[in-house]
Design a binder for this molecule. Sequence first.
Ligand SMILES: NC(=O)c1ccc[n+]([C@@H]2O[C@H](COP(=O)([O-])OP(=O)(O)OC[C@H]3O[C@@H](n4cnc5c(N)ncnc54)[C@H](OP(=O)(O)O)[C@@H]3O)[C@@H](O)[C@H]2O)c1
Length: 305
Amino acid sequence: MKLLITGSSGLLGLNLALEAMNAHEVIGVDRATLKSAPFRTIQADLLDEGAVDSVLDEARPDWLVHCAAIADLEACEENPEAARRLNTDLPSALAKACRERSIQMVQVSTDAVFDGTKSGIYTEEDDPLPVSVYSSTKLEAERLVLESNPDAIVARVNFYGWSLGGRRSLAEFFFNNLTNNKSMSGYTDVIFCPMHAAHLSQTLLMMLAKGLHGLYHAVGPQPMSKYQFGVEIARKFGLNESEISPKSIQASSLLARRAHNLYLSVNKLSTDLGQSLPSFSTGLDLFYAQFKEGFPQKLKSFTQG
Ligand SMILES: NC(=O)c1ccc[n+]([C@@H]2O[C@H](COP(=O)([O-])OP(=O)(O)OC[C@H]3O[C@@H](n4cnc5c(N)ncnc54)[C@H](OP(=O)(O)O)[C@@H]3O)[C@@H](O)[C@H]2O)c1
């Protein structure tokens, strides 16, 4: 299949492109960050007038996975208008353009659409209630995408991995601080379900291949606190976990409100795929193995012309 990936220089987009290359023809879109990627790229600012149509007409893909976004919650609070344009208006335009061209689209959404006040596990049936500019713009995108393109997939995700700049994921935050012997906080009262970006990529590709459509939770099967996640990284790499101080998110000076409980059920997805999703420990093993194989350095080399 021919797969177009927006945000192919980003954390998910780049991992997805590298994963998909094994079986598909990949074309990435970014704004000239990638200089020597091992897949074809189109340079475009997708917010430019006419860019959506021209990129789709140039690439003529079977599938589109839309990863481009302002995924930094603090940046969204600081510039809500920019967040709305990129996180809501752009996916809405892409969904319409994909429907006109019979391109199967994945809109990458977020676990953060919930307010996190539920004491149990969130299913796709639960009402979302966003608590930040970021999550509001992503939720509105979900609604608009499925309204104009009911064949699209909306995947609510949470993932980690190695990124181009080496600082994009929570796992890299813990790893970087731990290797520099810098102390850091880990939130004990934010529960989430992290999935390795490569495993999420494989999952999204399976969803496309199966012809799924509609709303899915596509997160890791195991919930944990952000503090516990940091400790798991420290242990895996043999680093000093006592550098991570268990803290409440209430004590942070973050601008964007965070939900406390983002434990999402993946039952619907695993049932429809006919298989369980990769475990947390498999993902962590992969994160470690990639480090040992020089994967972070390989990614950095893609920025050199
Ligand atoms: N990171 C997480 O843990 C997380 C959790 C839940 C959901 N998500 C969602 O997952 C998706 C991917 O997130 P990510 O963390 O991989 O993002 P990221 O690393 O911040 O990458 C963002 C990408 O968007 C591209 N982009 C930004 N503005 C653009 C524009 N005007 N035109 C074209 N491309 C543009 C960037 O390209 P340039 O290199 O040109 O800037 C970059 O490739 C997003 O939808 C996000 O909301 C992320």
